[in-house]
Design a protein around this ligand. Structure first.
Ligand SMILES: [Ca+2]
Length: 272
């Protein structure tokens, strides 16, 4: 099985690489993609890098990769240590984020194994124009299940088939309400909110989706309910209301069709 998995790894993952000899260790270090693009928004799906180490020697070994970068960069890990069987690529994810307002420029992440280094360019991009004003903004939730990501509901991926990697649900099974939304850094005009709840062939919305929910917007510290949906069995639900400037948007989930979790694949909001 492991051999089959190895063969499935694209060759590009192995390149470019540097050979490292440290004592009796022979380790190739790889990173993909290069450069890595990062958008300076808290939940924007960027800055994802796959680190790799391959033992090119004749004996299994243990290798430690040290990971560092400029102070503008926040790195999800500082070290990648692994037992390395001979000839097998061992991978680990690295996420790179930068604060809102970081100027577009090229930075770098340095990977070191022994005395060898690989510098991965980190290209900070301008914030793109977005019709969906929730995309990439800071998500806020009443709770988040340990298997899920807080940002999963505003990462731009509304595909229920990728629910595990890109969705959100709460951590309080069978207990409602749950809330999920975004706090804006400055008021934004909102007149339409779109919920994509879990709705796949295996997990249809009528079985696993959010059933009863309210849409609320906050202005000057006061929440206002602008839409109520009850007995929903659809995957994609749009709520429209008179457009207004708001400083936060949230969905209040009051029940799901399985009475378990509140599952959001993507929550979007538009000006009209
Ligand atoms: Ca998503």
């Amino acid at each position: 099985m492991k051999r089959a998995a190895l063969l499935a790894v694209p060759l590009t993952l192995l390149l470019p690489a540097v050979a490292v000899a440290s004592g009796n260790k022979h380790v190739e270090v790889s990173a993909t993609p290069r450069p890595v693009e990062v958008v300076p928004l808290p939940c924007f799906p960027s800055g994802k890098l796959t680190l790799g180490m391959t033992n090119t020697g004749r004996k299994p070994t243990i290798a430690d990769m040290r990971i560092s970068g400029e102070p503008e960069l926040t790195l999800s890990r500082r070290q990648f240590s692994s037992y390395l069987p001979v000839g097998q690529l061992v991978k680990a994810p690295l996420e790179v984020t930068v604060p809102r307002g970081t100027a577009p420029a090229t930075y770098g992440v340095d990977l070191s194994v022994g005395r060898e280094h690989l510098r991965v360019p980190i290209s900070v991009q301008p914030v793109p124009r977005r019709d969906n004003v929730l995309l990439g903004e800071q998500a806020v939730a009443s709770s988040t299940h340990g298997n899920m990501r807080l940002c999963g509901g505003v990462d731009g991926n509304a595909d229920s088939a990728q629910w595990g990697a890109s969705g959100w649900h709460d951590a309080t099974k069978g207990v409602f309400p749950d809330t999920y939304g975004v706090d804006f850094v400055a008021p934004v005009t909102v007149g339409r909110v779109v919920l994509q709840t879990l709705d796949s062939a295996r997990y249809p919305a009528s079985v696993m989706g959010i059933r009863d929910f309210d849409v609320q917007v906050r202005s000057a510290g006061t929440w206002t309910t602008v839409g109520e949906v009850r007995s929903n069995v659809q995957g994609n639900v749009t709520v429209t209301f008179a457009p207004r400037p708001v400083d936060a948007v949230q969905l209040v989930s009051r029940d799901s069709n399985d009475h378990g979790y509140s599952r959001i694949v993507e929550l979007e909001a538009y000006s009209s």
